[in-house]
Design a binder for this molecule. Structure first.
Ligand code: C2E
Ligand code: MG
Ligand code: MG
Length: 587
């Protein structure tokens, strides 16, 4: 009995009706009940743990009365109609609160949910004893059912997707929470079906109109419902995403395989032959332990993995997820870093002319000290930033700090060139060359002192605009270097038409120099080829005296690497430059 009452209270509380504002749709029914009986008092009275709370009332001033000895509580407890012709004549109710307030007559019909729980009563009360005809009682019963229909309607509102008719994300989250309460501590699998990539959808809407996409979604919903059968619920959790739970106790690996077949059948069943690629994400979770929002997020993450890997189904991976979360966080925080002068700074790594052993230049390398995560390597954050609109302000910032420093060094008699790395996105800006020239003017630096490093792939990304920008930079007297040479897929025939004057051989080739003759032949050919095309050659990542010897023998022009110096803070660089480095003299 106690259990049933707890479940009943739970059902009541979940409806979220208690302590909500009055509503005309309930008041209308209450008024009708009062008119049918010709009585001044009627109410929709909900039986809470220790009060009767009135969702709707006529002729009563209080919002609630104590549950103890309230006739409505008897309705809720028995889930059946209660009729009391005279409270004073009733041994149980004679000393009740209602009787004390002069109430004599009571009739209440149960507000019963589909699950058989009574939430309380639709009741009529009178100050005189009376009886009720069967017709009156039947009407009261009908009105109680109308109240329930209204309650269910309100509850469903905002929980059913109007397009597919399936329960929505709110319902999915609520049901997960319920499951956690009912059967806690069980490992389960949640599945997300993502119908199409964002751009496929946009293309669909653009070409065929939104009705086309609506039809596709409705169709997929129907197919999914059929495949899951009547006992399992499919949820419509986002515009083109559906979710459901795998049956309890399935084997993870086997189930992922089965889902592959499901995707197949889903496509086959759909009348709209979509030009869409469906991907499915599966996320393991533990009922009552994994927060519902996390289930939603992790299965979504898995579906995105499936998309990226171009497999139909993917199981949630913590590693992938934390990688994405970190990427997302870095990207979000880098915007703030650009606004604050303290987080970003440049360090400088010398470039050595191998013939004279003198430092002829330096490469500016960006450093980011994240307020919580500490030092973040540019190898991690630059590739993320480069894919966004932040690439432009980032390079602008590096040019600004770098050229200010170079200006100061020139004035102090430190006669070197400065190399700055630029991103593919920069070369796609139509005014990039102009911006660089403005920076040079502002800091009073001669164009010949600036070198821009561009990777092969950056040039190949958008070859048209890139070459136009590079030509303008060249005309302005700014040197260009091809960075990480050998790692891209560009054709030399193409590269030789670029106005670059320097090739920087990627450190992966330099690192392998001491491994064997094949590796050395490769580098030797790269140097010969570059010289043949008129480039000056720089070796990156030179770490040992042995490498220096080999590179000199091959005729390499310049070198950069830990053997000579690591990237240094500006002040350290100055000291290094003035003192000459022991490694420089020793080598
Ligand atoms: P990169 O342009 O090829 O720069 C050379 C990288 O090699 C630097 O890493 C440098 O510290 C490292 N390095 C230099 N000598 C040695 C060596 O002897 N051994 C080894 N193992 N490494 C050496 P860093 O500073 O971590 O930068 C990584 C990449 O991030 C750069 O590669 C560049 O592509 C990018 N990057 C750095 N700063 C900027 C920037 O301001 N703008 C843009 N767009 N990219 C930048
Ligand atoms: Mg570089
Ligand atoms: Mg490089």
């Amino acid at each position: 009995m106690q259990n049933h009452e707890e479940a009943r209270l739970d059902a009541l509380h979940q409806l979220g009706l208690l302590d909500t504002a009055p509503s005309e749709s309930f008041d209308r029914i209450t008024r009708m009940a009062s008119q049918i009986f010709g009585l001044p008092i009627a109410a929709v009275s909900l039986t809470d743990r220790d009060r009767q709370w009135f969702k709707s009332r006529v002729g009563v001033e209080h919002q609630s009365i104590p549950r103890d000895k309230a006739p409505c509580a008897a309705v809720a407890e028995s889930a059946s109609t209660v009729l009391i012709p005279d409270l004073l004549a009733d041994t149980f109710y004679a000393d009740s609160v209602l009787a004390g307030q002069g109430i004599r007559f009571y009739a209440g019909a149960s507000l019963t949910t589909r699950d058989g729980f009574s939430l309380g009563a639709l009741c009529v009360l009178g100050t005189e004893p009376r009886t009720a005809t069967p017709a009156e009682m039947a009407a009261l019963h009908d009105l109680a059912q109308m109240v329930m229909a209204q309650i269910e309607l309100q509850h469903a509102f905002g929980r059913i997707d109007p397009l597919s008719g399936l329960p929505n994300r709110t319902q999915f989250l609520d049901d997960l929470a319920d499951l956690g309460r009912d059967t806690p501590g069980r490992p389960r699998l949640a599945v997300l079906v993502d119908l199409a990539r964002g751009e496929q959808l946009n293309n669909g809407v653009r070409a065929m109109g939104s009705a086309y996409v609506d039809a596709m979604v409705r169709d997929a919903a129907r197919a999914l419902r059929t495949l899951l059968g009547p006992d399992r619920t499919a949820y419509h959790v986002a515009a083109t995403q559906f979710a459901f739970l795998a049956p309890d106790g399935v084997d993870e690996g086997r189930y992922v395989e089965q889902l592959g077949a499901l995707v197949h059948r889903l496509r086959a069943r759909s009348s709209v032959q979509f030009v869409m690629t469906t991907s499915v994400g599966v996320a393991p979770f533990v009922t009552g332990e994994t927060p519902p929002e996390t289930v939603l997020r992790t299965m979504h993450s898995a579906a995105l993995d499936a998309r990226a890997l171009e497999t139909p189904v993917s199981l949630y991976s913590t590693a992938q997820d934390s990688l994405h979360q970190r990427r997302f966080r870095l990207l979000a925080d880098f915007g703030a870093a650009l606004e604050q002068p303290s987080q970003l700074r440049l360090v400088f790594q010398p470039r050595i002319d191998l013939a004279t052993r003198r430092c002829v230049g330096a490469e500016a390398l960006l450093r980011w000290t994240h307020p919580e995560l500490g030092e973040i390597s540019p190898a991690e954050f630059i590739p993320i930033v480069e894919q966004t609109s932040l690439a432009r302000p980032t390079t602008a910032r590096v040019l600004d700090i770098g050229l200010a420093q170079l200006g100061a060094w020139s004035a102090a008699g430190i006669d070197i060139k400065l190399s700055i790395n630029v991103s593919a996105a920069n070369l796609a800006e139509s005014d990039f060359a102009q911006q660089v020239e403005l920076h040079l003017l502002r800091h009073r630096v001669a164009p010949r002192l600036l070198e821009l490093e561009v990777t092969e792939s950056a040039i190949m990304d958008d070859a048209g605009t890139a070459t136009a920008q590079l030509a303008m930079l060249d005309e302005a007297g700014i040197r260009l270097a091809i960075d990480d040479f050998g790692t891209g897929y560009s054709s030399l025939a193409y590269l030789q038409r670029l106005p670059a004057s320097v090739v920087k051989i990627d450190q992966s080739f330099v690192r392998d120099l001491c491994r064997g003759e094949r590796e050395r032949t490769l580098v030797r050919s790269m140097i010969a080829l570059s010289h043949g095309l008129g480039y000056r050659v720089v070796a990156e990542g030179v770490e040992t005296a042995e490498m220096v010897g080999i590179l000199m023998a091959m005729g390499c022009d310049e070198a950069q690497g830990y053997f000579f110096a690591r990237p240094m803070e500006a002040s350290d660089f100055e000291r290094w430059f003035a003192g000459g480095d022991p490694a420089l003299q020793a080598a």
